[in-house]
Design a protein around this ligand. Structure first.
Ligand code: T5A
Length: 234
């Protein structure tokens, strides 16, 4: 049986931060910036991603992003994203938080809500059941939602791909699918303001990084903690 302690603010000493948004919003780029800033503060941090993040979840990532799982339909794919997430939580996220390190993760459950739910058409009730069974109350302490118009994000993602590399199964969806995603992420942020912050990701990379750092400092690093971390880093 899986252990039940909730993550983040209620259950574990470490902090759990997720990055969400559409294709090419800059999540991986900003994850790297935040990792560096936290390290400079002396905070041990593990950077990870979804789908994936543990060896078994990486196998499912391959099936999901290649499109081999798409004949299962959006509900079947959602179940696979959750199968991967259960392993990722059990093998990496929960043990890391439990020993007091922080976890920063490129995508998490909000992506399933947006991609398979709002844009993929899986009904909210089925997704909520999957989420409840798999997460057992676990939730990020903070979710940064990087907001960028889908056309711009898709152009960035396509520029970044090396010549000859194909778009993945979700990048190949129509623009309307990506517009729906953007609205879904904004709706999640509006519904859960205590957990989510929207950042304008059309700004230059360094400005986005600074905006994220300001949020992390204000929400997760109380002044006395920032002082201690600064002393430890010297
Ligand atoms: N998925 C995932 C689901 O459907 N359900 C789920 O439950 C989960 C977890 C994962 C796919 O799986 C789907 C969603 C996705 O389609 P992925 O390969 O992990 O796919 O890729 P994504 O998460 O979609 O991320 P991307 O690779 O598209 O982009 P990022 O990480 O958001 O962007 P990044 O940092 O790589 O930047 C893209 C380019 O833009 C530049 C960068 O240098 C890079 O070239 N850039 C900027 N340019 C201008 N201004 C800025 N501010 C910039 N920031 C970055």
């Amino acid at each position: 049986m899986r252990a039940e302690p909730p993550l983040g603010s209620v259950g574990a000493p470490g902090k759990f931060i997720t990055f969400e948004g559409g294709e090419g919003a800059g999540k991986s780029t900003q994850l790297r910036h935040l990792h560096e800033r936290l390290a400079a503060r002396g905070i041990e941090t593990v950077a990870t991603r979804e789908p994936g993040g543990s060896p078994r979840a990486e196998i499912l990532r391959d099936a999901l992003l290649s499109g081999r799982a798409s004949p299962l339909g959006p509900l079947g794919e959602a179940a696979l994203f959750y199968a991967a997430r259960i392993d990722h939580l059990d093998k990496l996220i929960k043990p890391t938080l439990a020993r007091g390190a922080w976890v920063i993760c490129d995508r998490f459950a909000d992506s399933t809500r947006a991609y398979q739910g709002a844009s993929g058409g899986v009904d909210q009730k089925s997704l909520a059941l999957l989420e409840r069974a798999a997460l057992l109350g676990a939730s990020p302490d903070l979710t940064i939602i990087l907001d960028v118009p889908p056309r711009e994000g898709l152009e960035r993602a396509s520029r970044r791909r090396s010549a000859g590399e194909a778009a993945d199964r979700f990048e190949r969806e129509e623009l309307a699918f990506h517009e729906g995603l953007r609205q879904a992420f904004l709706a999640i942020a509006a519904n859960e303001p205590a957990r989510c912050c929207v950042v304008n990701a059309t700004l230059p990379e360094s400005e986005v990084a600074q905006a994220i750092w300001d949020i992390v400092e204000a929400r997760l690093l109380p002044p006395e903690c920032a002082y201690l971390a600064e002393s430890a880093a010297q």
